[in-house]
Write a protein that binds this ligand. Structure first.
Ligand code: NAD
Length: 463
């Protein structure tokens, strides 16, 4: 594994001072500058596709195809879309006001919040670091990026690419672990954008409170899949196993567990076996061109431990090597108090829980913290309405999994334990933007202000 150069604290001081100076001087504000930096970011992804694929292979064994589709193309696309949308996003809003204030030039300016901090996890290192960066550049904020030390090849590459392609006076990468992040967190920022687990999310929110820094928390959680009577079971199995397979289940919106009505369970299990055989015809431990690693031995033993302790029965999969790979494994007959239901799995295990009916599913969902996303396979309008009204979650996706990440026109974010704030598309720009209300009150308004001036008198206040 590559060794990562951790940024020394004197360099962090220097970076922080440099970026603050750049912001004060207004360098990142002009639309032309923002557009040029966004195009540079797009060019960076285009020029370095192979290097990015190789870094992800080194750190995660991630199949090249997954890196290119989910990260390289996705960042490139969002940088280009933001560059195209800059004028629309930055144009001040002119809210409609009451007629008697119509000459007051009521304007909401979209101003950059200031030098911002983006802290990201290891699972999709490039997109989770650079997609918020797109929003920050579009908003006119200089940024410090703090990628994860758990993917040293990716984090080292990000530093060298950012230094080569983006303006070093405005954008910098700080590499490191707890010490370096704690140093960054002790400083005030225009905005802090954190993606990771809830445990560290609480540390981030606590630090943000001390400096009164606004913060977005993109966290995780156990995202359920609901199987409804009358849905196409084979399609549901296919789309669920597809979602679960991405990055070997190490995806924040990975389907975490499935609720299936008892009456449908035998047919659903058959559908799972059939789809599984079509996805992985060969071996119990899938070939490496098809399947990535668990990020490190610590997570490998955590995921393996959940599997070892389950009281469910392995329906398909079950292959585990010494410390890198775990096959996609579906476990049937899992009870709500099983080891697989203790925490976000964040790995390639998929427990299937049998329930009596939709009432029981809704009750079980409600007993857990709000998930980042709730998936449901149903063709029934009443079921859809019940899930809309009787459950809550970051997102609600019917009849597919994970696809919502690619819809730029909708906010992506959590609720409660799965986080707060949202991004993607314009919501990314909004995260780093302060809506600054402004008015210009004309002298002619004096006529209607008489009542506000002293001396007070009853007749002035007659209504
Ligand atoms: P993590 O919370 O362990 O780490 C994320 C970042 O926090 C890293 O950069 C790390 O260096 C930093 N960090 C770690 N310990 C710290 C400390 N004590 N103080 C300050 N900073 C610290 O997350 P992870 O294991 O890298 O990622 C997995 C989690 O992220 C899962 O829960 C997953 O669901 C979530 N996630 C969420 C999204 C989303 O968009 N909502 C996307 C990807 C991952």
């Amino acid at each position: 594994m590559a060794t990562l150069y951790y940024t020394p604290s004197a360099e962090i001081d220097e970076i922080y001072a440099r970026l603050q100076k750049t912001f004060k001087e207004g360098k990142t504000r002009p639309i032309a500058y923002r557009r040029q930096q966004l195009l540079q970011l797009a060019r960076m992804m285009q020029d370095n596709r192979t290097a990015i694929e190789e870094a992800e292979l080194a750190d995660l064994g991630k199949p090249r195809q997954e890196t290119t589709i989910a990260e390289v193309s996705a960042v490139l696309g969002s940088a280009l879309r933001a560059a195209e949308s800059l004028v629309e996003w930055t144009t001040p809003d002119k809210p409609k006001v009451e007629e008697w204030r119509s000459s007051w030039d009521t304007t909401i300016f979209k101003v950059p919040k200031g030098v911002s901090l983006i802290i990201s996890p290891w699972n999709y290192p490039f997109i989770i670091t650079f997609n918020p960066l797109v929003g920050a550049i579009a908003a006119g904020c200089p940024v410090v990026l703090k990628p994860s030390e758990a993917v040293p090849a990716c984090s080292a590459l990000m530093k060298s690419l950012v230094e080569k392609y983006l303006d070093p006076e405005a954008y910098a990468v700080v590499n490191g672990a707890v010490k370096e992040t704690t140093d960054l967190l002790s400083r005030p920022w225009g905005h802090m954008f954190f993606t990771g687990g809830g445990k560290i999310g609480r540390i981030i929110a606590g630090a943000a409170a001390k400096t009164l820094t606004p913060v977005t928390l993109e966290l995780g959680g156990k995202s359920p899949v609901v199987i409804d009577e009358g849905c196409d079971l084979e399609l549901a199995a296919k789309r669920t196993l597809f979602g679960k397979s991405q990055n070997s289940g190490q995806l924040c919106v990975s389907p975490d567990h499935v609720y299936v009505p008892r009456s449908l369970a035998p047919a659903f299990k058959e559908a799972v076996k059939k789809v599984y055989a079509s996805f992985f015809p060969d071996t119990a431990l899938h070939p490496s061109a098809q399947w990535g690693n668990i990020v490190n031995p610590l997570h490998h033993s955590r995921v393996k431990g959940l599997l070892d302790r389950t009281k469910g029965e392995i329906l398909v999969g079950g292959g585990v090597d010494a410390n890198k790979r775990i096959a996609l494994t579906v476990v049937a007959g899992v009870k709500p108090d099983d080891s697989l239901m203790e925490e976000e799995i964040f790995g390639p295990l998929l427990p299937v829980i049998e329930v009596e009916n939709l009432d029981e599913t809704i009750r079980l969902i409600g007993e857990r913290p709000h998930p980042l996303v709730l998936y449901a396979f149903t063709n029934n309008e009443e079921t859809r309405q019940r899930l809309v009204n009787e459950t809550n979650s970051g997102g609600l996706i019917f009849n597919d999994t994970t696809i919502h990440l690619s819809i730029h026109e909708m906010p992506f974010g959590g609720l409660g334990e799965s986080g707060y704030g949202a991004y993607h598309g314009k919501d990314s720009f909004d995260s780093f933007t302060h809506r600054r209300s402004s008015i210009n009150v004309p002298a002619a308004a004096e006529g209607i202000f008489a009542a506000r001036y002293r001396p007070y008198s009853d007749e002035k206040y007659a209504i």
